[in-house]
Every structure is written in C-alpha cells, then in structure tokens.
Design a protein around this ligand. Sequence first.
Ligand code: DGL
Length: 270
Amino acid sequence: MNERPIGIFDSGVGGMTVVAEIKKYLPYEDLIYLGDTKNFPYGDKSKETIIKLATKCAGFLISQDVKAIVIACGTATSQALDELKRIYRLPIEGIVNPTVQEIAKNAISKKLKIGVIATEGTIKSNKWEKELKQTVKNVEIISKACPLLAPMAEQGWTNNNVAKEAIKEYMKPFINKKIDKIILGCTHYPLFKELIKQEIGNEVEIINTGEKIANYLQSFLQNQKMENNKEHMGECRYYLTDMQCNFIQVAGKLLQDKTLENKIQKVNIE
Ligand code: DGL
C-alpha cells in the first residue's frame, strides 16, 4: 500500500487521454498532471531539448512526492525515457513499452502489418520501429508523421472540416495496405479516433496507447504492492506551465468535468 500520487506529464492536453484511461483502471489513485503548455509543441523539437524539458517535468513531479511517473507523451517517451530512467530512481514508464509488450503477447503466427502515426520527433527517433521489430519480430511497419494533429487537438479542432481533411491526407499511406493495427503514437491522437476509424475502416484495430499504459500500471502497482487501496475515489491536481491555452475547454470535454478549472494551477518549472 502506497498512498502517494502518480505523476503524469505531457506537453499539453494530449496526456489527458492517458489520464482518462488511468482513472478507469486505477480509480482510487491520486494523480498529479503536468501539462508543459509553455513549451508546446514537443513534436518538432530536438532530442536534446526534449530531454531537458522532460527532465524538468519529471523533477517537478518528484518535488510533489509522486510514487511513479507516467510519460503521457509519445515524443518524450521516444526521446527522453532512457535518460530519465538513468537520472531518477523511482519507477518511470512511457507509452511505447507497454503497448509493444501487449502486441507481442497477443501476436499470432502470421505476419502483422502495423501502422504507426506520431509526431515528427517520434517518427524520426525510430523508437516504435525498433521496439516492435525487436519484440514482436514478424512484423511490417508503415510509419507516418502527422505534425498538424497535436496543434489542432490543442485548438479543439478534432471533428471539423479541417480535421477531416487532415486525417484523410495523413491516412493515405495506410489505405488499401491491409494493415492489422494502427498505433496512435502521440497521446493527442485518440481525440481523432472517430475520424481515423471512418477513414481506415472498422477492420483495423486502433490502438490507444493510454489504455495500454494504464493496464500496465495497474499490474505494476499490484505486483510491487504500491497501489492505493483507500476506498474513495482518487483526486487529480492539474498544473500547467502556461495558462494561455485551451486546456480547460478541451480537457474538460474529454473528462466531462465541469469543475476542472478549479483544479488547475499555474507552475513555473524552470
Ligand atoms: N502528446 C505528445 C506526444 O504524444 C506531444 C505532442 C506535441 O507536443 O507535439 O507526442
């Protein structure tokens, strides 16, 4: 039993898709969310910058006495997870490993064809490709960077005509390619799930990495005897590095929480 909160961070509102899943799997856990809105977007920044920013985010969460950290950001996972694990001693996990492990566990003997969509930085890092090839083995991967999607999600543009056109364009490499699954390798992308489904069809499994990490975290906390067993719903505190953003509207809609505004504080992590 460990009643300390779980720390979660992302560059903005995308990580809230992970929060939504963690709340389902671990309803009694207290959460602390950090959205580094001042430095959004992470997707087009260099690896060096991402490591610096992610180190600051993790440092802030540790100052809040969290028991574990979830990197609810594909870009920071693919470029900074190894470094954060080297610097800090508490359990830290990102979205790649739990997703790849789950795919490997359920893999059948036939060759899997997997699509990966993510930010420019994530695709360039080759992290998904490397991990999938190493762990799932019999796999073919088609990757596509979708740099416009995270900024559109921050604007709340997830179901208008611009979003439809963007998804149509970004899904082109996957159409008629008989892919089995598509990994939403950026945590902002589950906000476009319906449009993606419309474009690539019902036969393709759409993987929400937030769900995979939430499932992983549940088993991890149980195995390590680190869960919070108190019998009342966990609470979540939210911190943003800049309040000049649409976080409240987009996240409030996602979590269906009308009181979200009262739970958000500005923080300086420089
Ligand atoms: N949500 C993030 C990710 O998963 C970051 C998007 C961005 O800041 O560009 O990659």
